[in-house]
Design a protein around this ligand. Structure first.
Ligand SMILES: [Mg+2]
Length: 400
């Protein structure tokens, strides 16, 4: 069980996605995934990561994790850590296939079968192009074909119907980001009362229509300076949020502590920062009510376990980010099954019911507002042969 080959797959249709398949000398394969600047991560995988890991034992994942810690790029969700994350997920999947066990069992066993989901209200084309974090990449003036669930358009134009359709599916928790347009207009330096009134209107409308039946979270994407973020958070306090996410950029622990001092809502942060040592600096502030980690960015499942243990020592729950692809979603649900302080699982139903099934053989089943893992060993899914051979799929192989 030595690492014998790494194959990456990119797709012209999903230019931010990168899939990584590891193959062992015994012919066992494992599947990983990461998101953003896929071409740069692909280059790093073949030029830098493959020479380090080729020939290493594929089942000694901790050793691979240690050997692949980069000398530079070891903080935040760097290209190096995104590549390392995809490999780590693939190795856990391969170990599952080798032992015939689901990843959640290998992570220590299941404390739960299902975990509740919340819906991130993106549309089918959301952040598909290279302009990540820009409202012009939100896909609401979509050039691509509209999907069944255009939830970003929904929260901007008809939030009550959107919330109703989620409740009809059994999903009682949702996250929206109506502040981003105002932030881009002033580089996050000022929100006028008119903009604030317009941005909180969808939350107020949903609360008025459905009361406490729908749990509301706000995503601020770290776009605001501290005083403006405080103004927004205090307005959201009045409506009652499940959490406010990334109210400021995770650059300054002191600023986050300042913000928490004047905001009642739970603050959720972390996905952009990477692994456990990075998170400790922010957990030390006492301002985080929920640590959000992305298994495809933080260093994979190996690092996610460390992050969850660390957060647990601060009596803080964790939630896995998923606004990217189906493999990280499955890895996240396995992680939630095996992690006591897992809080909730993010899904993007526009992606889940939109394009995920075009890429992989199985998805984690979503039913009555909860999600569980697909059947079978490892992560319970493979890339579709049709996807690998599809026109517009770009693959590269490094072999021992
Ligand atoms: Mg987020």
């Amino acid at each position: 069980m030595t690492i014998a080959a790494l194959t990456t797959y990119r797709s012209e249709e999903h230019p931010n996605m990168l899939w990584l398949e590891v193959e062992t000398g015994d012919g066992v394969t494992g599947l990983g995934e990461t998101f953003y600047a896929a071409e740069a991560v692909e280059a790093y995988v073949h030029a830098n990561l493959a020479p380090i890991v080729m020939g290493l034992s594929a089942i000694d994942i901790e050793a691979v994790h240690h050997r692949t810690r980069p000398y530079i790029g070891f903080v935040a969700a760097s290209v190096e850590l995104r590549a390392r994350s995809a490999l780590d997920i693939a190795l856990w999947d391969a170990l599952g296939k080798f032992t015939g066990q689901p990843v959640s069992v290998l992570l220590g066993g299941r404390i739960r079968e299902q975990i509740p989901v919340y819906n991130t209200c993106a549309g089918t084309q959301y952040v598909r192009g290279p302009k990540v974090g820009k409202t012009e990449n939100f896909g609401i003036q979509s050039k691509g074909k509209a999907g069944e669930y255009e939830d970003l358009h929904g929260f901007l134009n008809d939030p009550v119907s959107l919330a109703g359709s989620l409740l009809d599916m059994g999903i009682d928790s949702m996250k929206i980001w109506p502040f981003d347009f105002a932030a881009e207009a002033t580089q996050g330096q000022f929100i006028s009362q008119t903009e604030l009134t317009r941005a909180v209107a969808p939350f107020e409308a949903i609360r008025k229509a459905y009361g406490d039946r729908m749990q509301l979270s706000a995503e601020l994407h770290g776009m605001w300076n501290l005083p403006e973020s405080r103004v927004i958070c205090q307005a959201l306090d009045e409506i009652g949020m499940r959490w406010i996410e990334d109210p400021v950029l995770l650059t300054n622990p002191y600023g986050i502590a300042q913000l928490k001092g004047s905001v009642r809502s739970r603050l959720a942060m972390g996905e952009t920062r990477g692994g456990a040592e990075d998170f400790k600096i922010f957990l030390d502030t006492g301002a985080l009510s929920l640590l959000i980690l992305d298994i495809g960015w933080c260093g994979g499942l190996t690092e996610a376990r460390r992050c969850a243990a660390l957060a647990g020592a601060y009596l803080t729950p964790v939630a896995a980010h998923d606004c990217n692809g189906p493999v990280v979603l499955s890895a996240s649900v396995h992680f939630c099954q095996a992690t006591t302080n897992a809080y909730v699982q993010e899904i993007v139903r526009a992606f889940y019911y939109g394009w995920y099934a075009d890429i992989v053989t199985a998805l984690p089943p979503v039913e009555d507002g909860t999600i569980t893992t697909p059947e079978g060993p490892g992560l319970g899914m493979e890339l579709l042969p049709d996807f690998k051979n599809r026109e517009g799929t770009i693959s590269r192989v490094s072999r021992a």
